[in-house]
Write a protein that binds this ligand. Structure first.
Ligand SMILES: Nc1ncnc2c1ncn2[C@@H]1O[C@H](COP(=O)(O)OP(=O)(O)OP(=O)(O)O)[C@@H](O)[C@H]1O
Ligand SMILES: [Mg+2]
Length: 375
């Protein structure tokens, strides 16, 4: 292909290339009905003149949290004028001023001036508008853990949740979205006295679910017969084993690009392989890099004792022999490994309250040869 062909060629395999954009909101969000229902229940009182319920939305990366939230916000704003739904990306808006500027913009249609206007005025204008229009406000703080780094969480939560104390009749609520179990704990530590949320959990997708979701995206994004079952399966396996739906969607679209560049009418396995190389997805290995020393020690222990029947309790006993660790930090490390889809845990119905958990490795032991040795 010449450069001109690449830029101007009309032939395409993509029916709707936007279906692969990161901010694309699919028409059908599969397997998330119960989570969407739970969020709707939180908003329901606000549609009838009450206060929205607070929620914490919890789940591993790429499990559909942001998408579900944006979808429900869209639905609410399209069908009711009783509530303002404001989405805040806390990776971008990290200060109290920025977050309230986002809210202000949503309500007023323009941002407040960056300088020369005190926070209290912006805040006051927002609250007075809510009261005057008799509308409730729900603020979704996505990736809220970033507010903990900047230590602004407590203040912002307080500003939103206690608005009614100063502005009588203001009805406000908050959804906090977190993708790392570690921060569930930080939330408790930082804002538990004012924030008592309903928990909405986005559990990881099973292998058939991953395949269904990608299949649906293929239907929307590509012309019929561009993606064979074999190709779909290869990409689904990859997305499932890395626990990363986003990777699956990326690889779908990059393989489409490669196939087009090849002037091929279908995506072939070689295009998938090329796409995988270019995304640098090294799956398990890159997941392991993100683990803390304690999480690594625990994982090593699980790998080394695979032949025995491991329970959470027995693992804690063995781990404790080598290092001083509280049960709470052990439990967090275990949950982290589960969230990252390295292990599964299952209740056995045995133990003191019938809540003993069996711990199962989700990969073959050989795959952990990449595990760094204990220092
Ligand atoms: N149930 C689903 N149906 C269709 N697409 C989905 C579903 N779940 C996730 N996706 C897709 O996977 C990608 C990641 O989803 P999303 O951004 O909502 O995840 P997230 O849980 O917010 O992740 P993070 O914690 O990394 O922010 C998006 O492209 C989204 O469209
Ligand atoms: Mg998200």
């Amino acid at each position: 292909m010449t450069i001109k062909d690449i830029l101007m060629g009309e032939e395409t395999l993509f029916r709707d290339i936007e279906a692969f954009n990161p901010d694309y909101i699919p028409d059908r969000l599969l397997y998330r009905d119960s989570q969407m229902e739970a969020l709707a229940m939180c908003l329901r009182p606000a549609l009838r003149g009450g206060k929205p319920k607070n929620a914490v939305i919890l789940g591993a990366p790429a499990t559909g949290k942001t998408t579900a939230l944006r979808k429900i916000f869209q639905m609410v704003e399209e069908s009711s004028d009783k509530i303002y739904c404001v989405y805040v990306n806390c990776q971008i808006s990290t200060t109290r001023f920025n977050i309230f500027s986002d809210i202000y913009e949503h309500l007023m249609g323009h941002r407040p001036p960056e300088t020369g206007i005190p926070f209290s005025r912006i805040y006051g204008e927002i609250m007075r508008k809510l009261i005057q229009e008799e509308k409730a406000l729900i603020v979704a703080l996505d990736d809220v853990n970033h507010l903990f780094y900047s230590k602004n969480a407590n203040q912002v939560f307080y500003d939103i949740l206690r608005a009614h104390e100063v502005f009588k009749g203001a009805r406000t609520g908050l959804f906090a979205i977190i993708s790392d179990i570690e921060f569930r704990f930080m939330l408790d530590k930082n804002v538990s006295s004012i924030f008592i949320p309903k928990e909405v959990i986005f559990n990881p997708y099973t292998s058939p679910q991953v395949k269904d979701i990608l299949q649906e995206r293929v239907k929307v994004g590509f012309y019929p017969d561009v993606v064979s079952q074999e190709v779909l399966e290869r990409i689904s396996d990859l997305a499932y084993s890395t626990g990363d739906m986003r990777l699956g969607i990326d690889i779908l679209s990059s393989s489409g690009d490669l196939a087009e560049a090849d002037a091929s009418k279908t995506i072939q396995i070689k295009h998938v392989e090329g796409a995988v190389k270019s995304t640098g997805a090294s799956s398990l290995e890159s997941t392991l890099e993100a683990l803390s020393p304690l999480e690594l020690d625990l994982l090593r222990l699980i790998v080394d004792s695979q032949d025995e029947e491991n329970t959470a309790g027995s693992l804690y006993q063995s781990l404790k022999k080598d290092e001083k660790t509280s049960y709470a930090s052990f439990d967090r490390a275990l949950k982290k490994l589960e969230l990252l889809r390295i292990i599964d845990t299952q209740f056995t119905g045995k133990g003191v309250k019938g809540n003993s958990r069996r711990v199962i490795l989700r990969f073959a032991t050989e795959e952990f040869s990449v595990l760094p040795q204990k220092k």
